[in-house]
Ligand binder design. Structure first.
Ligand code: DGY
Length: 338
């Protein structure tokens, strides 16, 4: 039997990336892309040293208890709210994510969704396809301007900064941002962005884009009270994570035209979508595809694979998200688990 580390690739990914992993590891993959439930995932991880995951696998204490050999989990996503990072660190399990390689692609998409929402592109396309377009009309799908308007970004990490640069330099927008901490003055200058409190930003912006990571504190950061602060002409775009917006409150605000429109790439409890959102014309809905271009998804998969390779060949993880407790790792080793 080979003494290569054993890894699980939990979802279907590019076949050549699986081939690369096979050069280094004993690989169990999932070419049929079956969505394993937590018990099935735990059973498959019971004899594995590492895992390649996407945002759809929850890595928590119960799963790690069922996977005593597990040392590293590489997420093919920049976000890692599917990881219980504290439990992973306590259990001596290294987590990694896939940052940077998706920044510009995701910022492009944030802007595309903003444009589609403010300019009512999908709503007007549905109208045309339904054969309802019979003549030119002065106010046909009249939307909101992007150029020269005020863009408010909540979450000013790398992707937020990418959206800010596009807005400020490409479209002459005034850019406001809110973030856990202020950017360094040179970064603010590069993005031409001004820091504002969340409430003030919501009151002032014509377009609000959410790009912050999901944390328990971020749950329902935008709910009825926050939506009430926004202009009736404003648009809201969420490319961050479902659950940051209270989708039921958003659907009510859109139905009552308390805000003009929303563009959503992520949803509470996705892939389920709040049924009220599906009935509204003034919301653009996309299935969590902000980073989905062929080159970027390849780069994300390659980075996750490289994290596993670097971890097991002793170079250490390339993009770690935690510092596992050495004691826990040592305990696993002394129990003959490594
Ligand atoms: C990420 O990288 O976090 C994306 O949401 C997954 O595509």
């Amino acid at each position: 039997m080979s003494n290569k580390p054993r890894i699980l690739v939990a979802r279907a990914i590019f076949p050549d990336i699986v081939d690369l992993l096979r050069q280094h590891f004993e690989v169990e993959d999932n070419p049929d892309d079956i969505l394993w439930n937590p018990a099935e995932l735990a059973a498959r991880l019971a004899d594995k040293d590492g895992a390649f995951t996407t945002g759809s696998q929850r890595i928590d204490a119960a799963l790690m208890a069922a996977a005593p050999r597990l040392r590293v989990v590489a997420n093919m996503a920049v976000g890692y709210n599917n990881f219980d990072v504290e439990a992973m660190s306590a259990a001596g399990v290294q987590g990694t994510n896939a940052p940077d390689v998706l920044t510009e692609t995701t910022a492009d998409f944030g802007f595309a969704l903003l444009m589609a929402t403010a300019r009512r592109i999908t709503e007007s396309e549905h109208y045309l396809r339904a054969g309802r377009w019979t003549e030119w009309r002065y106010d046909l799908f009249a939307g909101a301007d992007i150029h020269g308007s005020t863009l408010g970004i909540i979450g000013m990490g790398r992707i937020g900064q990418g959206i800010a640069r596009r807005g400020a330099h490409g479209f002459g927008m005034q850019v406001l941002y809110h973030n856990r901490s202020r950017l360094a003055p040179e970064l603010e200058a590069r993005c031409k962005a001004r820091y504002l409190g969340k409430q003030e930003l919501l009151r002032t912006a014509d377009h609000v884009v959410l790009v912050l990571p999901y944390t328990p504190e971020a749950r329902h950061l935008i709910a009825a009270a926050e939506l009430a602060l926004m202009k009736p002409t404003a648009t809201l775009v969420n490319i961050a994570r479902g659950g940051i917006v209270d989708d039921a409150a958003l659907a009510a605000a859109l139905r009552e035209r308390r805000i003009a429109a929303a563009g959503l790439d992520v949803f509470e409890g996705e892939p389920r979508v709040h049924p009220d959102l599906l009935t509204l014309p003034n919301v653009v809905l996309t299935p969590h595809i902000a980073s989905s271009t062929v080159p970027t998804r390849r780069a994300m998969a390659r980075l996750a694979a490289d994290n596993l390779i670097a971890f097991f060949d002793g170079r250490g993880p390339l993009t770690p998200v935690n510092t596992p407790q050495a004691r826990a790792a040592a305990a696993r080793s002394s129990q003959g688990l490594e």
